[in-house]
Write a protein of this length. Structure first.
Length: 169
């Protein structure tokens, strides 16, 4: 009788940690979706930078509507909760926006693989919508200047940076 166990099975992980089982580097599943322990930690960095553990994928290439709906809902909830915990740091930006000043927002996708630039904005759209909701802002307004970027890192998530001056680079 042959039993197939996933490399992520707890007993297999224990055997790997103990050195009983050795798996070649090319079989470790590089480029696959990381497990939950590989997400970034929800944190706030001064002056106004959030890192939030949100999964982002190319929504244009996703075929299953239920999965997209679930990811969108999770992104909105996580962004709103993260921002709500630090709302006092957001007040200057919210007041500036409602006074008619331009607020510059950079959304950076953090992931283990590069996403096609054409799909980058779509993967971060739910996060932008959630931030606009907390601002009471219209994300189509000329005073809402969102830009999108991506970084290849070990842990996945998003970084949101706010500024009252344009970003350079």
């Amino acid at each position: 009788m042959r039993i197939k166990l996933s490399i992520n099975h707890p007993q297999i992980q224990k055997a790997i940690a103990a050195g009983i089982v050795v798996i070649p580097d090319d079989k470790r599943g590089k480029g696959k979706r990381p497990s939950a322990r590989e997400f970034v930690v929800d944190r706030f960095l001064e002056p106004a930078t959030f890192e939030i553990p949100v999964e982002t994928v190319s929504e244009a290439n996703a075929r299953e509507w239920r999965g997209r709906s679930k990811r969108t809902g999770n992104a909105r909830v996580k962004v709103c909760r993260s921002v709500a915990k630090r709302i006092r740091h957001m007040v200057p930006f919210i007041e500036a926006y409602h006074a008619g000043r331009t607020v510059y927002i950079r959304f950076t996708r953090l992931g283990v693989r590069r996403l096609d630039p054409a799909n980058l904005g779509g993967s971060l759209k739910a996060s932008e919508d959630a931030l606009a909701l907390t601002f009471g802002a219209n994300d189509g307004d000329l005073n809402w200047q969102a830009t999108f970027a991506q970084e290849i890192v070990e842990k996945i998530g998003i970084r949101i940076e706010l500024s009252l001056k344009p970003f350079h680079g």
